[in-house]
Design a protein around this ligand. Structure first.
Ligand code: 2BA
Length: 107
């Protein structure tokens, strides 16, 4: 048995979780924080058969594709004026670990 840990952005977490659940995987969601950006992200825990790890990775990848989005940004000028302009940012993507499970019990 394997334990898959998938760290995804909060924006993608619901879609990833729904896709996994629809495919009959059991999923646990943890609210986590990235050490570098110190921003919230979501870690999904999936326990599954060894043969199904690739399917989990495929579903996570499908629902959390790295993409660019245009978001509004503001620049301030010393004269007390502000200008709003669009900037392109990268969002999405997933960091996935798969671990061997020594024992799995439900008591
Ligand atoms: P990613 O590499 O896509 O990582 C996204 C989040 O996944 C990370 O959030 C962290 O929560 C988790 N993560 C990634 N690799 C990990 C690992 N080896 N072990 C445990 N958790 C891991 P953040 O730490 O906030 O990082 C956000 C993004 O900032 C990263 O995106 C990467 O592009 C960049 N980054 C992270 N650490 C960096 C560093 N030391 N120097 C430069 N850029 C860094």
């Amino acid at each position: 048995m394997k334990l898959v840990l998938a760290i995804v952005s909060n924006d993608d977490a619901s879609n990833v979780s729904a896709a996994l659940t629809k495919d009959n995987f059991s999923v646990t969601r943890l609210a986590t924080t990235g050490g570098f950006l110190r921003a919230g992200n979501t870690t999904l825990i999936v326990g599954c058969d060894d043969t199904l790890v690739e399917r989990v990775i495929e579903l996570v990848g499908q629902e959390s594709k790295r993409r660019t989005e245009i978001v509004p940004s503001t620049a301030s000028y010393d004269i007390g004026r502000y200008a709003s302009f669009p900037v392109e940012v990268q969002v999405g993507g997933a960091t996935i670990f798969d671990l061997d499970v020594a024992q799995f019990n439900k008591v």
